[in-house]
Design a protein around this ligand. Structure first.
Ligand code: SF4
Length: 285
């Protein structure tokens, strides 16, 4: 058993292998893939704990029976870590295929939005996946109920859909500022960038600075387009997916909540931003 130092990037398998070898957790360029050349150049299979935990019920139930749980290609169960403005935050093991609406509002899971407020948006699969407004997380663009499956959440691509991702399900109520939330995500990815590739190393920092400028009351309308331009120059141009993880939330927030960014620019930012970050023990860089 080896304990990591807590770096987000070590969730990327080759960075994990580098750190296991005692080096800085920098992702490797692939190929060669770890199954061919992994820890100390030996073939290595990297799985997460959730995958390994699923082996027991698959063996006990037989694969055919286990595969009957779920819908379509999304078979079996999935751990969903539900947080945000809900009555019952926690980690839930769900059978894939329940509706998003059931997951948010039923007493078995999240128990509805806290303080009787209404739903504004959801980040369905961890901070890197596209945020969706309430209407698109509850129903697809075609009006079908959105299901907690890989396929249903991805329905509509990144224009009207999102991803199940890691199952980090963040619920936001009507009072949530998408711009402030995005700033928190962007600061995180800037901090976690390993710095190997310029688009990620520089781009995450630029996005953080521009968002801070907007929140601090000095934003200009052209900053919103600049943010869009920077995120588009990170996606697909980096060694590992942390680049995309940093870019996708920015793109989705602007795609679905552009008017909120414009309001911040028009109204000279959130005057309470310093107070907000002091209150939450965060640093403004
Ligand atoms: S994308 Fe970011 S985290 Fe990944 S290798 Fe490049 S600089 Fe490092």
């Amino acid at each position: 058993m080896h304990c990591g130092g807590g770096a987000y990037i070590c969730g990327e398998e080759t960075a994990l292998i580098e750190s296991l070898e005692g080096k800085r957790g920098n992702p490797r360029i692939k190929p060669p893939f770890p199954a061919v050349k992994g820890v100390w150049d030996c073939p290595t299979v990297v799985n997460n704990v959730e995958t390994i935990a699923a082996v027991v019920p698959i063996i006990e139930m037989t694969g055919d029976e286990y595969a009957k749980i779920g819908v379509g290609k999304s078979t079996g169960t999935k751990l969903i870590s539900a947080s945000g403005h809900i009555n019952k935050p926690g980690v839930y093991e769900i059978e894939l295929g329940i509706t998003v609406e059931d997951f948010i509002y039923s007493d078995e899971y999240c128990g509805g939005i806290s303080n009787g407020k209404s739903l504004k948006a959801v980040v369905a699969g961890g901070s890197s996946v596209p945020i969706l407004p309430a209407n698109l997380i509850l129903k697809t663009a075609a009006g079908e109920p959105r299901l907690m499956t890989y396929e249903s959440l991805a329905d509509g691509g990144f224009v009207t859909g999102t991803m199940l991702g890691s199952g980090g399900f963040i619920v936001m109520d009507e009072d949530t500022s998408v711009v402030k939330n995005l700033y928190t995500f962007t600061r995180f990815y800037h901090h976690e960038s390993c710095g190997q590739c310029s688009p990620c190393r520089e781009g995450t920092g630029w996005m953080e600075k521009i968002l801070h400028k907007i929140l601090d009351g000095h934003g200009e309308m052209k900053d919103i387009d600049l943010l869009w331009d920077i995120q588009s120059k990170i996606e697909g141009k980096t060694i590992c997916p942390l680049g995309e993880a940093a870019a996708w939330p920015v793109a989705a927030a602007i795609r679905h909540f552009r008017s909120e960014f414009e309001d911040y620019v028009r109204n000279h930012g959130a005057k309470d931003v310093k107070h907000y970050y002091r209150l939450h023990n965060l640093e403004i860089s």
